[in-house]
Design a protein around this ligand. Structure first.
Ligand code: NCD
Length: 304
């Protein structure tokens, strides 16, 4: 049985197969509309979510299956003190596959050790978010036509942003990516990602505080939200939350074919005026996430 806890749980070859499958689902959705009839996905969300939970449920429903679960810890027996291990033992007999989001790093991994069904990590604390990474690379591949040889800027909360950590772990496995890390000093990419991921894989990267200076060189800009829920101190959050606000003025100096991504939710970091710029593709990215999650479900159920 396979689980998806880290983006590296699939080899590059398997990852490319999932992207091809996602592309086929995207272009021929009706070929897949009945494949999961009678199957159920459990979505166990101990942390808030809109896109991730709903797109997992939509993914299963698009293939004729059903979804059950909870959308906050307070609605489940965890509020009575139940452990993740006990919860997943039970859910294993109610569903065929499970997507779990949890504020504690490693919780989906713990679940996978007690589970009789595949576990998908739908975000664990500031650690990983592998299915968002699949959505991100699928969007890059579909819209840029390649997954290599580009300069990608990560902007915002690189310290707590799990989508950033997961995507960097993935992209170092592809050739020719140059990484530009744009953040205030307090929210820099953690050293363990720099040392164990970027440097160990001999990737080139630069660090800067200035979005304006970095922007003209970028092929992809990955904006992120400052992760309020992971701050220890409200005053620090308030001081840092509006460090970067992408607007049309700043974009005047960017490449004409820049791809602007954001895992969403967006707060203030992208001005609404940017939404109409053809370079802004974060809503497409959220839409494509459903097809890639369909592909991941099929792969983990051993149906592809
Ligand atoms: C992200 C997350 O939960 O990590 N959202 C998502 O799943 N699309 C990003 C965020 O919350 O800022």
């Amino acid at each position: 049985m396979r689980h998806l806890i880290s983006p590296l749980d699939f080899s590059v070859e398997e990852t490319n197969d999932i992207l091809s499958l996602a592309h086929d689902i995207y272009t021929n959705p009706s070929d897949y509309s009945d494949l999961c009839r009678g199957k159920k996905i459990a979505t166990l969300f101990y942390e808030p979510s809109t896109r991730t939970r709903l797109s997992f449920e939509a993914a299963m429903m698009n293939m004729g299956g059903n979804a059950l679960g909870f959308s906050s810890a307070k609605d489940s027996s965890v509020s009575k003190g139940e452990t993740v291990a006990d919860t997943i033992r039970i859910v294993s007999s109610y569903a065929d596959i499970c997507a779990m989001r949890h504020p504690k790093e490693g919780a989906p991994y713990v679940a996978s050790r007690y589970s009789r069904i595949p576990i998908i990590n739908a975000g664990d604390g500031g650690h990983n978010h592998p299915t968002q990474t699949f959505a991100d690379i699928f969007t890059i591949k579909e819209l840029k036509g390649q997954l290599a040889d580009m300069t990608i800027g990560f902007c915002g909360d690189l310290k707590f942003g799990r989508t950033v950590h997961s995507l960097i772990n993935e992209l170092v496995r592809y050739t020719g990516f140059h990484f530009v890390l744009i953040s205030p000093d307090e929210l820099k990419l953690p050293d363990y990602v720099k040392n164990e991921v970027l440097e160990r894989n001999h990737c080139t990267y630069t660090e800067t505080r200035s979005l304006e200076e970095a922007l003209p060189d970028l092929d992809i800009l990955y904006m992120t939200r400052v992760q309020q829920e992971r701050f220890f101190n409200e005053a620090d959050y308030i001081r840092l939350r509006d460090t970067y606000i992408l607007d049309e003025g700043k974009l005047a100096k960017a490449k004409k074919d820049l791809l602007i991504l954001h895992p969403l939710p967006r707060v203030n970091e992208i001005a609404p005026e940017v939404d109409d710029d053809p370079r802004a593709q974060y809503f497409t990215q959220a839409k494509l996430a459903v097809y890639v999650r369909q592909a991941i479900i099929l792969k983990l159920l051993g149906m592809r």
